[in-house]
Write a protein that binds this ligand. Structure first.
Ligand code: TUI
Length: 317
């Protein structure tokens, strides 16, 4: 099986989570310069915006980076045109099945890594020619599926013969090491990079993540079929109340329009959509993306050394 670092062209097998409206050239270039795969999130953005960000990222790093295309967006075809014309090294996709786009992406030499949340979709995209998959557990932030990373990972690994990259619930070396134990060949990390010093999200968003505890996220939108994990606030209380009353989808959607931008740009932590994974409680401080990556993989190494020492001493733990 091809090594994940070879597919990504990186030093470490780590992909930055996409994070719509947040992950632009600044974060993508910083993660790539730190030895991971930086990702520009095209979700909710125009084709012109994406082309500009790709150009800006190329000026900020000579390392490979990728683009994430959120398949619920209404301009997916235009965004696909841009990544093909610009010959981006890797694309990840979310919130759907990218199967019909895979042949064209591959013709353009682009590595395709769909983010999936079920074994059925993993098998379909593997058959369609995906180079690897990101298996994203429901612990993740933003748009999510139902499976947990812990239960899903080994099932994914058994189901496909391409590398499986774990996502959802990973914010330090312990999470990476655990993912490896479940058969992952790499990881995708979002929430921890949200507080990277190079990340341009509103400071109040970063502060909210840093002060969050384990119980501070909730999934809204289960009733509409598009669950999204966010930090609990006044908006989520309103949305969950409507969902409990079986309000129709349009009414719920109307409440959420523009709320991601309100959180990301205006820093509205009361009525904004503050997307975050369950690991927010593990994220303690702002650091550069390079520091975050180096620290996490140093922790992985220490865990491996510790386990080897215990095994050599003949004590099972
Ligand atoms: O896509 C994500 N996470 C996202 S996208 C996003 S943008 C957004 N903005 C406002 C409201 C809603 C979304 C924020 N976070 N992660 C990858 C992911 N894909 N998680 C789950 C899935 C998924 C779910 C169902 C993929 C496919 C699927 O079914 C499709 C099929 O055909 O089976």
């Amino acid at each position: 099986m091809v090594n994940v670092c070879e597919i990504l062209g990186t030093e470490y097998p780590i992909i930055q989570g996409a994070m719509a409206r947040i992950a632009d050239c600044h974060l993508a270039a910083a993660v790539s310069n730190g030895g991971g795969l930086g990702i520009i999130a095209a979700g909710g953005q125009s084709a012109d915006w994406l082309r500009e960000e790709i150009k800006k990222t190329r000026k900020m790093t000579d390392k490979p980076f990728g683009v994430n295309i959120m398949l619920l967006a209404d301009n997916v075809d235009e965004l696909m045109d841009v990544v093909c014309e610009e010959k981006v090294k890797v694309i990840t996709t979310g919130a759907g099945n990218p199967g019909k786009y895979i042949p064209r992406l591959k013709e353009n030499g682009i590595k395709v890594i769909p983010v999936v949340a079920s074994v059925a979709l993993a098998k379909r995209v593997a058959r369609a020619g995906a180079d690897a998959i990101v298996a994203e557990g429901t612990e993740a932030g933003g748009h999510i599926g139902e499976n947990t990373t812990m239960a899903m990972m080994p099932q994914m690994v058994d189901a496909v013969d391409i590398p499986v990259i774990a996502a959802g619930g990973i914010a330090d070396g312990r999470g990476i090491a655990a993912a490896y134990m479940l058969g992952a060949k790499g990881v995708q990390v979002g929430t921890r990079f949200l507080v990277a010093s190079e990340c341009t999200v509103a400071q109040s968003y970063k502060d909210t993540i840093i002060k969050a505890k384990d119980t501070d996220t909730v999934a809204t939108g289960r009733s509409t079929g598009h669950p999204v994990r966010v930090i609990k606030n006044k908006l989520t209380r309103q949305v969950l109340k409507l969902e409990k009353q079986n309000a129709d989808e349009e009414e719920i959607n109307a409440l959420c329009i523009g709320k991601l931008t309100a959180a990301v740009v205006d820093g509205d932590m009361d009525y904004g959509s503050v997307m975050s994974g369950q690991v927010a409680g593990l994220v303690k401080k702002e650091q550069s993306a390079a520091e975050i990556i180096a620290e996490m993989f140093k922790e992985v190494e220490a865990i491996y050394e510790d386990r080897n020492r215990i095994c050599r001493a003949g004590r099972a733990v």
